[in-house]
Ligand binder design. Structure first.
Ligand code: SF4
Length: 301
């Protein structure tokens, strides 16, 4: 496995600040420092990720649209020809959010919209209405000139009453790419059993860790995006290069995962296969490989 694989896809946490209060988010357990990624650090990391051919998603424990330098970051990504997008919770897709997305010009947008039941939606996002979210999504489609690059991700909680066929049909009729995911505990941090639908098991070799990296707003490479304390530290990217950090990750893969959170992991994507093939050279080949991953282990069909 060459040292580009650990950065095949990357979650870049522009900030871990968020004010949305989604009930399936365990942010009360977040003990990592909170803040916004500085511009110089962003430029340093984004430049190396572009050279690596990584697909970068702005997400993490915060709302990336709150970053005050979002537009500048978007321009830099364009100059670097970096394949980038963002993940947001549906309530962030309000008028202000839409304007920020228009300025950022991300290649893809993943909207977390867990249910098509108005009652459950209001329960999962207190004070929010499904109808508003759907209108805002329509506005996003108009703004982008179509549905290309937009995906709705539904994290299916144990409170869900709709069946998955109906949900697929609902989004198919709107022409929007849709994926269902089991609700997991985010590294044991979400403890409400009324929500969790994923099953825990011990992971010895994590396919997510092998192909994906999570970088915090202050440049810390952690083993897992579900680490809310920083206990799975791998490398400090304010001092190390991406290549050095990748070597550190590959060394971890030579033995069973040493981290406590991996002993009872319920992240479905951890079952992804460890890649045995060379890193795909072209963007198209990388995209095909990514699609094959999405269609197998980490989603509910
Ligand atoms: S095994 Fe689970 S907890 Fe450990 S790094 Fe992989 S996804 Fe995260």
């Amino acid at each position: 496995m060459d040292d580009r694989w650990p950065f095949f896809t990357v979650d870049l946490e522009l900030t871990n600040v968020c004010y949305q209060g989604c009930i399936f988010c365990p942010r009360e357990r977040l003990t990592r420092p909170q803040g916004f990624m500085p511009r110089e650090l962003f430029a340093k990391i984004a430049t190396q990720l572009a050279e690596n051919g990584s697909r970068v998603t702005f997400c993490g424990m915060g709302n990336p649209l709150l970053h005050p330098e979002l537009e500048t970051f978007g321009q830099l990504c364009m100059e670097l020809n970096l394949n980038f997008g963002l993940t947001i919770q549906a309530p962030a897709l309000n008028q202000a959010g839409l304007e920020k997305i228009a300025a950022l010009k991300p290649g893809f947008i993943e909207v977390s919209l867990p249910t098509i039941s108005p009652g459950l939606y209001a329960e999962l996002f207190p004070g929010q209405a499904l109808e508003t979210a759907l209108n805002n999504l329509d506005n996003l489609v108009v703004q982008r000139g179509g549905t290309r690059g937009i995906t709705v991700n539904a994290v299916v909680t144990a409170l869900e009453t709709e069946n998955s066929e109906k949900m697929h049909e609902f989004w198919l009729n709107r022409g929007i790419n849709f994926r269902l995911h089991a609700c997991h505990s985010r590294g044991g941090n979400l403890v409400d059993n009324n929500l969790i639908t994923a099953s825990a098991r011990e992971i010895k070799q994590c396919g997510l860790f092998a192909t994906h990296s999570f970088i915090t707003w202050n440049g810390q490479l952690l083993a897992c995006c579900h680490d809310l304390t920083g206990e799975t530290f791998i490398a400090d990217l304010t001092r190390s290069t991406i290549r050095e950090a990748a070597q550190a990750k590959l060394r971890f893969l030579e033995a069973p995962m040493p981290f406590k959170i991996c002993k009872s992991c319920d992240e479905p994507a951890a079952d992804r296969p460890i890649p045995l093939r060379p890193f795909p050279e072209s963007g198209k080949a990388r995209s095909r490989y990514l699609k094959s991953l999405c269609q197998t282990k980490n989603t509910i069909k």
